[in-house]
Structure formats: C-alpha cells, structure tokens
Ligand binder design. Sequence first.
Ligand SMILES: [Zn+2]
Ligand SMILES: [Zn+2]
Length: 240
Amino acid sequence: MPPWQPRFASALAGVERWLLPAACLLCRDPISQLEGDALVCGICRSRWRRVPDPVCCRCGQPRMSGLECRICAAWPPGLSRARSAVWLEGSARDAVHQLKYGGWWRVAEAMAEVMRGLEPLTGQVFLVPIPLGGRRLRERGYNQSERLAIALGARTGLPVMAAALVRARETRTQTALTPEARQANVAGAFTARPLSPCRLVLVDDVFTTGATLNAAAAALISAGAERVDAVTFGRAVEVV
Ligand SMILES: [Zn+2]
Ligand SMILES: [Zn+2]
C-alpha cells in the first residue's frame, strides 16, 4: 500500500464526519471522536438487551427446561437452528427501522458487531442473506439482509454467498399475520440455485416466528445444502 493511502483514507473519513452530523442516529446525542465513524453511540448499543441463555437448541428462544418449545415444535425439517443477538425493543427496534426504512444501511455495522459471537458462525460456513423481492429492492435501493451479511462477513472472515437464494415471488408484509398464516404466506417464496454440499448460515434482520427462515432453508436443502442454520440481529419479544 503506498504510504499516502492510510492518510488519504483517514482524511476521507474526516470529510465524511464533517459532512454527516456527528450525532447518534438513534438518540441524536453527539458521538465522541473515540468512537470513530460509528453511527450508533456506545450508550445506545449498551442498551441492546442480549437474548439470554439457556435457549431452545433449535429455534434459539429462551426457555424453561422440560417444557416443549412453543416456537419450533411444529417446524418442518430443514432449518437446523436459529440464533438472535438482541431483543427487538427500544433502540434495537429503532436500528432495524433505520436500516430498513431510513436508508441508513451503514447501521448494519453496529448490528453485525453484536451478532459476531452467535454459535452458527463457526467453522466452514457461507453466509446467505434473505433476498428481497424486486419491487422492495427497487424502493429501498438495497437489501438490508445483504448489508448485514456483508458487515458480518467483514468481521468474521466468512464468505457471503448472496446469489444462492432467489425470491421466487413477492410476499405480503408479515406483521399482522398469525404464525400459521405466515407459514402459508412464505411457502414456496424462495428458490435456490443448485449447490454442492455445504454448510450455510442464513442472515436476516429480525426473527419473529421463523417462517421466512424455514422457507428459505427448505429451498437451500432441496438445492443440495448439507446443513442450514440462521442468525438474526433482533428477536421479537417473548411470546407468553
Ligand atoms: Zn445513541
Ligand atoms: Zn424452539
């Protein structure tokens, strides 16, 4: 690397800091110089509440031992396990909102930072972002799950295989649907390109019922994947 390059890069980062307000995207408080070019301040990040152990070995939901898991008992075969970093509440929910609707894709860096220790991210695995439908991709300009996967790949050294999975059809927004309706809504929503046996880890912003991840895993398994796990940044707050 020529000697001027690091200086040029840091000058560029300086210009970006000057152009962008050095305020936290979530709480609007100033971000200290020590935090570099972070979009989310340390205080907001420290408020993200980790999903606590012990969790169900398949779906990753915290659980009491001895009771059948209410989230994954009826899951079809395909997805081996899912793990999430933090509860989807407060400023973690705001971060997802900014990533999806605010155009702030660089917030994925702070989100990937708290996902990097999740169990499925070990060994020889490829990261596969959940694809967006063509219409949503055009509206948003980027796929938020792909931005997360790229940020996660940069931190873990794991390769991203964005072309493995294709959205076969557009699905209705899932927010108001029951778990059963979600499953029907995403059934057959994905197709996968033929794969040689490999271990894959799906990457998505939020885990709610696991319906989307299950549909994506089923497509990848039938295309030849050996094993499919999943990681998400947020997990919808406890179902009781
Ligand atoms: Zn903040
Ligand atoms: Zn479970």
